[in-house]
Design a protein around this ligand. Structure first.
Ligand SMILES: [Zn+2]
Ligand SMILES: [Zn+2]
Length: 137
């Protein structure tokens, strides 16, 4: 079982997770590239009952390729990314793993939107790669 906590750069937005992740991915979609300013975002999705969020955050919603609205939540003071939600997956929270102090439990299961991945953004593990989000997830 995963138990981890963390905070944004300025420390006011705090996230705690406790429980099993639903899925763990590297997302290379162009939206994640722009939002992160780098090659991909690394996310672990949990049921919302397993995530505790305290502090202030701002969110930005954008229609994803799926047609669902993807909301990216971030600290309004320091801009650190915290978590995401998706209108197509109510009750679930995508935690941006880098905000957590300990992510030694993180085991990426797949690379999604591999079609958008930049050549310089490679993963050492032999992971399944998808050009979209597999529908069963
Ligand atoms: Zn902050
Ligand atoms: Zn993405």
């Amino acid at each position: 079982m995963v138990k981890a906590k963390g905070a944004c750069l300025c420390g006011q937005l705090k996230i705690e997770v406790e429980g099993e992740p639903i899925v763990m991915v590297h997302c290379c979609c162009t939206d994640c590239q722009k939002a992160s300013g780098t090659g991909h975002m690394t996310n672990a999705r949990f049921h919302e009952k397993n995530v505790r969020i305290t502090g202030e955050y701002t969110r930005y919603g954008l229609k994803a390729k799926s047609g669902n609205i993807n909301y990216r939540h971030f600290c309004p003071i320091c801009g650190s990314r915290g978590f995401g939600t998706n209108s197509g997956r109510p009750g679930q929270i995508n935690v941006n793993v880098g905000i957590l102090d300990d992510s030694s439990w993180f085991r990426p299961q797949m690379v999604i939107f591999d079609c958008d991945r930049r050549d310089w953004d490679e993963f050492p593990e032999p992971l399944p790669r998808y050009d979209e989000y597999p529908p069963e997830n």
